[in-house]
Ligand binder design. Structure first.
Ligand code: UDP
Ligand code: MG
Length: 147
């Protein structure tokens, strides 16, 4: 009985976990913020925290460390530090998976119609939005960007 309670508690904590979202510099520069935020709110996800800021090089390098070996790593860091971003903490049931579904695939050409990347972006290198890819990474990223 105790283990069933524990499993339910753990499951509900995972389902309620917050996610980290960032509108990338292209979204801000090209005045797409309002329309993207509208989609996030319309989905039912709740914006718990939101702030416009500029990323330092070291923060962008840390955030994209999983791509450090890629030939385009320098371009990602240049892009992400090239203008203001909007960082957010979102909550809601299955917030991590829900945001990823709203975003669509990394490559806007492969993203399903109706997703944010399909509708607001043309290229992988400037795909308007970031969302955490797991509950574990969401926790790390919220700490990274909001302390
Ligand atoms: N990226 C890129 N070229 C690639 C793969 C990734 O420019 O071939 C960039 C792209 O902006 C992407 C980010 O690196 O959003 C992080 O890549 P990841 O695989 O984590 O994709 P995401 O989680 O953003 O969908
Ligand atoms: Mg990612």
């Amino acid at each position: 009985l105790i283990s069933i309670i524990d499993i339910n508690l753990i499951a509900s904590l995972i389902l309620c976990a917050n996610t980290f979202c960032m509108l990338k510099p292209d979204a801000v520069r090209d005045r797409k913020m309002g329309r993207i935020i509208d989609r996030i709110e319309a989905s039912g996800l709740v914006i718990e925290r939101m702030e416009m800021c500029e990323l330092t090089r070291s923060l962008a390098e840390e955030h994209y460390a999983h791509l450090a070996a890629a030939p385009f790593f320098g371009r990602i860091v240049d892009f992400m530090t090239g203008g203001p971003v909007v960082k957010m903490v979102l909550s809601g049931p299955n917030a991590v998976a829900k945001l990823r579904a709203l975003m669509g695939a990394t490559d806007p050409l492969k993203a399903a119609p109706g997703t944010i990347r399909a509708d607001f972006a043309l290229e992988t290198s400037s795909n308007v939005i970031h969302g955490s890819d797991s509950v574990e990474n969401a926790e790390i990223e919220i700490k990274r960007f909001f302390g």
